[in-house]
Design a binder for this molecule. Sequence first.
Ligand code: NAP
Length: 262
Amino acid sequence: MPEDTVGRLRGKVAIVTGASRGIGQAIAVRFAREGAQVIAAARNADDLAETAAMGAGRIVTQRCDVQKATDVQALITRAVDEYGALDVLVNNAGIAVQKLLVDTTEEDWELTMDTNVKGTFWGLKFAIPVMKAGGSIVNIGSVNSFAGEQTSSAYVTSKGAVLLLTKNAAAETAHLGIRVNIVCPGSTETQMSRAYFEAAMGSADAADTFTRTFAPLTGMIPPEDIASAALFLASDESKSMTGSSMLVDGGLLASWDHVTPH
Ligand code: NAP
């Protein structure tokens, strides 16, 4: 890992949930590179160890199931007890169930809502009381915070809810000097999107070519580009922003007529 060049989070303590792979791992590593002390959280300890190994000594790990209030509370307490503060929280942990609405079971619905919505709620609920003015919470939504998609009813509903939860939390915390914003990624190269394209197309190999039709700027987005947006919202550079949503989608939602030939 290169040395810090800028240190945009120097001196800050940050928690990133869902940091054992994919977007959360990229965020944790980027934050550590920018000088933060990071607590990377997820359920799988072995995967978390990989994230820690990429953090040049600035990433510690904690097992946490964001569905469980006690786990999230323990995570946030650790930041304060061990490092003296919590400056940044990224509520990134998420899952996607791909089923038609009529095939979605109660279990699918509850797992999706408990992870994506309730997990974010627990993060907000326990972080806000311990954060000081200048604290920043970054939620991870999706293009599906704004638009539907076949076979993703529960997921789309959950990501729409996270968008409005973000705005409401921002409204409640602005007078405390705490900010709450949301990054909304398009198709990003991770295990979650590979599973999606495998289910939809039989293979994830053509995902980039396929995605380029709808997101001509990027095709599949590197997780590091989502981390860049999260870094901006976590840092003091965005100190006048709260309740904002930042789309990082390669142009996906810029137009409805993506398939018109040029
Ligand atoms: P991913 O590769 O599947 O990673 C998901 C992460 O969340 C893993 O670290 C996983 O670790 C963790 N996680 C899942 N359930 C958890 C739970 N109950 N408690 C704690 N951690 C949990 O997915 P990703 O693509 O990086 O997605 C990250 C976020 O970006 C999600 O919120 C997703 O909805 C959003 N997003 C992704 C895309 C995309 O195209 N990839 C697009 C838009 C939005 P463990 O399994 O070890 O717990």
